[in-house]
Design a protein around this ligand. Structure first.
Ligand code: UGA
Length: 449
């Protein structure tokens, strides 16, 4: 098939690259000329393991464009994957989406079917809104809208796209549903060569194709993310209680998660969830609830607990050190999770801010995210960014693990003990070997452990 993806951001690039890998001819439209130049030269404007390799491998199948033009206007399918950033009031800004749709419709040939699949994460009801907004053009230009939400995780984008649990399609007619099925057939039947640059679980069941209405498809996206967020908040709430009753959340989470009805994933305790999705999507879901007069108490609580656990963690550090004023803290990790340079709504940055507010001096480091972190939280006389962990820990009163990069596990903690001023480790991701560290003489405290 000939598929054109509008938007060369995270989702657009991954979707385009994977569809090309499984055999389609793909055009990717990116109107930011700087990013486009990087893509055309074989680089990537974002960091995602394996993405550069997959694009290189099927470079012949992919065309990077600055606009929807030429043969791409007559694509079998147009996928819109532009950004929908949150506005100040928490609502999604749909400016890019509307302008992309307007452009596609303006160029669409009326003598053929023009199916537009919305892959950007949009507020529930947006697909219906598009039908209202463009009701005159839809008939004249033979246009239809489908909703195809994405479920990929940053850091695992390729495995999640090529080996998904499900493909959800919200359509108003069988023709559109069949078209999406055709596009995803190699993924649904797993009839493509296993890519060597993808890591993850290849032995999963084949993905399910779920065909529903556009509004239900939009709802699946939000309800899934909110559920995952509340699972994490739930285990974090239990972690705080574990500290009070003298239990270990790591054992508790394992005990709970081995119940197959509950499952072990998303029960990793820590300083909470962040990133570009959970915070934005849970807030947007609350807004949708408000608009429709439906209180979403569980989602609301998940957000509250997510703030509470960070406050709690900083209070543990403060108590452990007998105050934070003037204390030097080595903060290891800045991205919202490992394997990404993304710091959007990163719990690590939240912790850094709280520590600074309490008067601490922070020495922060991260394998990937320093550049992005500096834009949000500029270096100052009390916040220094360090090239590596050994520099960060030198002279520190305590080490704080804020993101569970594997690098922190592999540090030589014997050598570290010679560099630090205080032997405290506060592990906000319960990522380190507690027993080994205690044997080395450290005072270790995790979240609920
Ligand atoms: C999330 C969803 O997992 C994807 O399915 C979805 O497609 C994506 O949002 C999106 O809407 O685009 P992502 O934000 O990349 O993906 O990251 P996750 O791996 O889900 O982690 C989110 C946050 O939860 C991170 O801060 C992570 O550290 C935290 N987390 C996750 C925990 O604290 N504990 C866990 O057990 C799992």
């Amino acid at each position: 098939m000939k598929i054109c993806v509008i938007g060369g951001g995270y989702v657009g690039l991954t979707t385009g690259a994977c569809l090309a890998y499984v055999g389609h001819k793909v055009g990717i439209v990116e109107n930011n000329l700087e990013k486009l130049a990087v893509l055309r030269s074989g680089g990537l404007p974002i960091y995602e393991p394996g993405l550069e390799d997959i694009i290189r491998e099927c470079r012949q199948q992919i065309t990077f464009l600055d606009a929807l033009e030429g043969e791409w206007i007559e694509s079998d399918l147009i996928i819109i994957a532009v950004g929908t950033p949150a506005k100040d009031d928490g609502d999604a800004d749909l400016t890019y989406l509307f302008s992309a749709v307007r452009d596609v419709i303006a160029k669409a040939e009326p003598n053929r079917f023009n199916t537009i699949a919305i892959k950007s994460t949009v507020p529930i009801g947006t697909n219906e809104l598009l039908v209202q907004m463009f009701k005159d053009e839809i008939g004249k230009k033979n246009v239809s809208f489908v909703s195809t939400p994405e479920f990929l995780r940053e850091g695992f984008a390729l495995i999640d796209t090529l080996y998904p649990d499900r493909i959800v399609v919200g359509s108003r007619n069988d023709r559109d549903a069949d078209l999406i099925k055709e596009a995803y057939l190699p993924i649904l039947t797993r009839s493509f060569r296993r890519p060597h640059f993808v890591v993850g679980n290849f032995d999963k069941d084949l993905p399910q194709l779920i065909v529903t209405t556009p509004t239900s498809a939009e709802m699946v996206k939000y309800a899934s993310n909110a559920f995952l967020a509340l699972k994490v908040s739930y285990i974090n709430e239990m972690a705080m209680l574990c500290d009070k009753v003298g239990a270990d959340i790591e054992h508790v989470a394992f005990g709970v998660g081995t119940d197959s009805r509950i499952g072990r994933s998303f029960l990793r305790p820590g300083i909470g969830w962040g990133g570009s999705c959970f915070p934005k999507d849970t807030s947007a879901l609350l807004k949708t609830g408000e608009k429709h007069g439906q209180k979403l108490q569980i989602v609301e609580s998940a957000i509250l607990v997510n703030n509470a656990v960070k406050e709690y963690f900083v209070s543990i550090i403060k108590d452990g050190l007998g105050g934070l004023q003037g204390k030097v803290i080595a903060l290891l990790g800045l991205s919202f999770k490992p394997n990404t340079d993304d710091v959007r709504d990163s719990p690590a940055l939240d912790i850094a801010k709280r520590l600074l507010d309490e008067g601490a001096l922070v020495r922060a480091t991260d394998p990937m995210a320093i550049k992005n972190a500096m834009k949000v939280l500029p270096a100052s006389d009390r916040l220094r960014y360090c090239a590596d962990a050994y520099e960060a820990v030198t002279g520190a009163d305590a080490i704080v693990i804020a993101t569970e990069w594997p690098e922190w596990k592999n540090l030589d903690y014997g050598a570290v003990s010679e560099l630090v001023r205080g032997m405290f480790i506060f592990d906000g991701r319960n990522a380190l070997d507690k027993k080994g560290l205690v044997e080395l003489g450290y005072r270790y405290k995790g979240v609920g452990s």
